[in-house]
Ligand binder design. Structure first.
Ligand code: ZN
Ligand code: ZN
Length: 346
């Protein structure tokens, strides 16, 4: 290939700095050209410094395809996982000035090339992720006093989201999860109109976007006196979480980290209630690689930021999840979300 067409917006941002909503980046013949539209003339110049910017009157990927054809690029890679069938049809049409023979096989699927570059963060990105994670911790610590019986899950989420904005966040990194009582047994129970119970768990899973980078953490607290079984499950999930965090270091596989969490829950008889993987990479996007899941062969490297978030969900009863963001360092790991994970009874 002598060209690469990058259309996934977080990848475009990663390579060029440009944050607009219509963008394509072409890398060919030692050149980098950013395509966008008239809404972004000033912003593109400001954000994508030193790059050639083409303001087009059509979708950026189409303008980029026409440019590639005119520039006599022979073969161009594209991200098959991020291109729809419809977009590909339009891209093929955009290169019709080329002879049919050259058009065949011109666009070559390359898979998540740029996404994998993004798995390892540089020092500037780590600084931003630290700040996003720290803001998340402040939100959790600040919202504890609002967690009282009778208020709605949505009002708890609202307090956190207001705090996020006031703390400089441009958005939440996903819809805030506040799942109380029986709803805590749903791993992705979005904050609802349900009222917090007099007695029971409240799971908070939330994140902010600060300077483009996402944070992600989960804490589970208890309202009122816990039953022995509730305390037991919490302690097992915490032990699993700590064991997995302790397993994180360069050279181990993501699958080994998953197993470190899973085996603790297996021993506690909770394996079948741990219905998802242990974690995921996080960065410009809330879910990136590497996947921290059973049998994943991906080897951890310094600079990767992953989540460690085992849980146990007893259907119709209650659930517990504890999640940290963890930076893989040269010698081990650093937890970026150090808010307490000790048992909290409110
Ligand atoms: Zn989360
Ligand atoms: Zn997560």
């Amino acid at each position: 290939m002598d060209g690469l067409l990058v259309t996934h917006l977080p990848d475009v941002r990663y390579l060029s700095g440009f944050t607009g909503s219509n963008a394509a980046l072409v890398l060919a013949g030692g050149r980098a050209v950013l395509f966008t539209d008239g809404r972004y003339t000033a912003q593109a110049k400001q954000e994508a410094r030193g790059l050639r910017v083409v303001i087009a009157k059509k979708a950026a990927a189409i303008a980029a395809s026409e440019w590639l054809a005119a520039a006599k690029v022979r073969r161009c890679g594209f991200d098959a996982g991020r291109t729809t069938v419809l977009e590909m049809k339009a891209m093929q049409k955009a290169i019709k000035i080329m002879p049919a023979k050259r058009r065949r096989g011109f666009f070559t699927a390359v898979g998540p090339l740029v996404a994998e570059l993004r798995w390892v963060k540089d020092s500037d990105e780590i600084r931003k992720m630290r700040r996003a994670a720290a803001l998340g911790c402040r939100l959790f610590e600040g919202v504890l006093k609002k967690i009282v019986p009778g208020v709605t899950e949505a009002s708890v989420a609202a307090a956190m989201e207001f705090g996020a904005r006031m703390g400089g966040a441009e958005a939440m990194s996903f819809e805030t999860i506040v799942a109380s009582a029986k709803r805590s047994a749903m791993p992705h129970g979005k904050a609802s109109g349900a009222k917090l119970p007099g007695r029971g768990f409240v799971t908070l899973d939330f994140g902010v976007v600060l300077d483009g980078y996402c944070s992600d953490m989960t804490r589970t607290v208890h309202l009122g006196n816990a039953l022995p079984r509730e305390r037991e499950v919490y302690d097992s999930v915490l032990e699993a979480q700590l064991n997995a965090v302790a397993a994180v270091r360069p050279g181990v596989t993501a699958g080994e980290v998953d197993e470190a969490a899973r085996k603790v829950l297996r021993r506690a008889g909770l394996a079948r209630y741990f219905s998802h993987s242990t974690g995921h990479g996080v960065g410009l996007e809330i879910h990136e690689g590497p996947r921290v899941a059973a049998k994943q062969k991906q080897v951890l490297q310094p600079g990767m930021v992953i989540t460690i978030e085992p849980g146990a969900y007893l259907p119709g009863t209650f659930g517990v999840r504890i999640e940290d963001m963890v930076l893989v360092t040269a010698r081990g790991a650093e937890v970026l979300t150090p808010s307490t994970k000790a048992w909290i009874e409110l």
